[in-house]
Structure formats: structure tokens, C-alpha cells
Design a protein around this ligand. Structure first.
Ligand code: TYC
Length: 102
């Protein structure tokens, strides 16, 4: 199915909207106050990682300043950022979380 034209690939993609969605990485940022155990629990709860993987990501953030927790479509990434920030704020921790287009 498509539109008869010498550049049919471009027209089919635009007409049928088959472009893959833009993807966004959700990144945790280091700070001096949020407890390590809290960060590990956040990564397990919101990014579906096991305890060992969550510990590796947390330590990477602690040492390097930032770390990618996962890559998602825009709406999913935004929801995860909002949930993480709300949880951290509620617990009284300054943990920061951002999303960046990949
Ligand atoms: N640097 C924090 C500490 O020493 C731990 C930490 C890790 C904080 C990762 C935030 O995203 C973070 N308690």
C-alpha cells in the first residue's frame, strides 16, 4: 500500500506515519545528601531493575555524576521523571532526575 511516485518510500512513511517515536533517556543526577539505599530502591521501583543492577547504576551516578536508568518514549520518560521527583520530594531528599532525547 502506498502512493505511486518515484520517491514512494518517503511518501509511504509520511502518509502512514511509520516513523519510529523519538526516544528519551531518563538520567539520575548525583548529590551529596540523598542516601544510597534510597537511590537503589528508586531505581528498582521505577526502572524495573534488580538490586544488583540498581546498585551498579547508583554507584555510577555517585562516581561519575550521572547515569542512565532507561530509555523510553516521551510520555513514559516524562511520567517516570515526575514520579521519581515526587517520591524524592515526599521523602525529603534532593534527588534530581532529568530526561534527554537520545
Ligand atoms: N552521593 C550520594 C551519597 O553519597 C548518593 C547518591 C547516588 C545520590 C546517586 C544521588 O543519584 C544519586 N549519599
Amino acid at each position: 500500500m502506498g502512493i505511486k511516485h518515484e520517491n514512494s518510500t518517503v511518501l509511504e512513511k509520511q502518509a502512514l506515519e511509520l516513523k519510529p517515536p523519538s526516544m528519551y533517556q531518563v538520567v539520575l543526577l548525583n548529590d551529596d545528601y540523598t542516601p544510597m539505599e534510597f537511590v537503589v530502591a528508586i531505581i528498582q521501583e521505577y526502572f524495573n531493575k534488580d538490586k544488583e543492577t540498581a546498585m551498579q547504576i547508583m554507584l555510577k551516578v555517585h562516581v561519575e555524576g550521572r547515569g542512565v536508568c532507561g530509555v523510553y518514549t516521551k510520555d513514559v520518560a516524562l511520567t517516570k521523571v515526575e514520579l521519581v521527583l515526587a517520591h524524592a520530594k515526599q521523602a525529603g531528599h534532593p534527588l534530581q532526575c532529568v530526561m534527554e532525547e537520545v
